[in-house]
Design a protein around this ligand. Structure first.
Ligand code: GRF
Length: 193
């Protein structure tokens, strides 16, 4: 059994998709940390039976907020940190604590369209190929090594909401798969099996 901790800021549909996929796996969601008090994600955690903790960034530095997050995470001994719509950039210090074990999903084919509004930017760009990227996290903006990209060709004439739906369906299919694969790998490495 390996454990994933989650950092999220908003809706939490990817968090939920991963937790639901974990039910039929040997792995477990350890804890959710969220940084916005109007986020929907803690309600999803409550329904899924996952512990959640609120860590606001307002009124303190990024380093101070991250110290609190690190303290919350430590007793859960997470094997993997999964960013699921977490709208903050992590510092080198935080990343080095979980070196190579922090991943993120982004709704565009990186390096195209990093940052917020990835779907809308991809949609309006006229790019023929759209999709999602799952990547390791470094201290940049959506810039770490790519683990998986899944794309589709736009037919032309799709509305923004049709494209959004297609992207979210891809996310909810592939993010759980990649997380479970990584947890399998981590378990194999640690148990030698
Ligand atoms: C997703 O589109 C993800 O790619 C991006 O933020 C969004 C989060 O959605 N990083 P949700 O909170 O998982 O519903």
């Amino acid at each position: 059994m390996a454990r994933a901790a989650f950092l999220a800021s908003g809706n939490g549909s990817n968090f939920q998709a991963i937790c639901e996929a974990m039910v039929d796996s040997p792995h477990q969601p350890a804890v959710l940390v969220y940084d916005r008090n109007n986020a929907k994600v803690p309600e999803r955690a409550r329904r899924l039976g996952v512990i959640s903790r609120y860590v606001p960034y307002a009124g303190r530095s990024r380093e101070e907020a991250e110290e609190v997050i690190l303290e919350i995470l430590a007793p859960f001994k997470p094997d993997l940190i999964v960013l699921a719509g977490f709208m903050r950039i992590l510092t080198e210090k935080f990343i080095s604590r979980y070196e190579g074990r922090i991943i993120n999903i982004h709704p565009s084919l990186l390096p195209a369209h990093p940052g917020t509004h990835g779907i809308e930017k991809s949609y309006r760009s006229g790019d023929k190929e759209l999709g999602i990227t799952i990547h390791q996290v470094d201290a940049g903006l959506d810039s770490g090594p790519i683990l998986k990209q899944v794309s589709f060709r736009r037919e032309g004439g799709e509305t923004l909401s049709e494209i959004e739906e297609r992207i979210h369906t891809l996310e909810h299919t592939w993010y759980p798969r990649v997380v479970l694969e990584l947890l399998d790998q981590i378990e194999t490495e640690t148990t030698g099996r």
